[in-house]
Design a protein around this ligand. Sequence first.
Ligand SMILES: [Zn+2]
Length: 272
Amino acid sequence: MFLLFDIGGTNMRIAVSTDGQTISNSKIVPTPKEFDQGILDFKQVADELSKGEKIEGIAGGVAGPIDKEKTCLVKSPNIPGWINKPLKTELEKAFNCKVILENDTTVGGIGEAVAGAGKGSKIVAYIALGSGVGGKRVVDGKVPEDSFNFEPGHQIIVPFGDLCKCGGKGHMEPYVSGAYFEKKLGQKGENIIDQKIWDEITRYLAIGLVNATVFWTPDIIVLGGSVSKSIPLEKVNSYLKEFLTIYPTAPQVVLGALGHDAGFYGALELLK
Ligand SMILES: [Zn+2]
């Protein structure tokens, strides 16, 4: 039996897979603010889901950048109590098996690339639109080594433009993320009905996707994250076609197919 997880700033999702291919059962619980409690809750949910069966391997993602050795979270605005805490080691101790830890966007991107909307495409650009913006380039189901994390949300799309929470100006994140909608427009993405606002948002997003395309050359662009469902896809595709003049065709922009389960399928792939 395999254990899969997706630890977010608000919730922890934990699942078991008996065959290493499909999800057998899963549960969502709030992410405790303190790390020690987090490990206790994780163990309790895992024991409940596995019904005491031996765990052969564990894999999953955590929200935020992790250290180079992939053992712990190094930065997080939502769960600061987990920063630099030995997540991988504690799980290895608790379950006495191999543990693979990754950044949650990496795991979600791999999941969509191998089992979701990117299935069948060699190079997938995964862009996660949530309260922030993240993304990964996935090639043949794997995220290539990088010196730094890919940060498509922090590419400059407007010279000297709006202030980003990272301190930079004109980055994509303050133009297309959930936090921006709430801060500047006072409403969540799903509540915006003004087509003029959507037109502006999709234009900025398309500029970011043009850049992602010329640097990443994806066969397909998969949008994930909570905000993605509100985005008018036709508009994004049409602007991308209009702006991306160097290629005869633009990659198709599609919605992720797995929702919150993307992380579980990505974790299964990591265990293979
Ligand atoms: Zn930024």
